[in-house]
Ligand binder design. Sequence first.
Ligand code: BTN
Length: 267
Amino acid sequence: MILSARELDPLIRQTIFYGKVFCFQRVDSTNDLAMEAASQGASEGTVFIANEQTHGRGRGGSFWHSDPDAGIYLSVILRPRLSPADALVLSLMAGIAVHNAVQSLIGISPDLRWPNDLLFGAKKFAGILTELNADADQIHYAVVGIGINVNQQLFSPEISEIATSIHLITGKSWPRTGLLAALLESLDGEYRKLSMHNEFSRQRPEILRKFESLSSYARRKRVRVHEGEGYEGTTAGLDDRGFLRVQTQNGMRTVFSGGVRELKPQA
Ligand code: BTN
């Protein structure tokens, strides 16, 4: 079924996204649409949703598989009064929102892999790509792009070892509109708390604590860090901006831009 703003809007009346949803059949990338619209002055809360993306983008220049009719591909425009150095909290907040929406709908709690992958077991089913337009000390706008594998039943061989979907986990299809509404409700709730009275720094510790409590990766996980040359260590919580701390043989390090993968104990 095609996603439509007319169907979604009544379900998100109380949110900052109400009346600002634009659904498309096929686009290159909803993040591209949202970045362009934001540069033209589109307001906070504007949402772009596509039924299919031909050039869905992931972190680190990767491709986000965006088959028609199967997944959720959406991007929201935010205009937080936040410095770009503090922007990670937006991605962490979006991960929490996806977690809560999925858990409330299907009753299974996904894992969060820092900074913004959502997993069932060891396989990823959702990811977040946050992009910014900012000067040195102020974000002009942020686009938070979220991709969720909902009803995919098969993945191409190159990703089938690492990717899954809600359908593959639950054994049935899920209406995407219900999940979209739950996601936008949850995102609205988290963002309102975070941006209340423009007190991001006061609210941020709560987001970081929540992330840590929902993520098996935040602490005591043996990981390989994919940053620069790469290194190994044990995760040791988030610092006060949300960056991951990793205890290595040579001391504590902080992961600023890369990702992490679990290191399985050697047999
Ligand atoms: C990642 O895990 O690497 C991030 C994936 C983000 C994918 C979403 S789908 C909607 C939005 N549009 C894009 O081109 N990318 C994001």
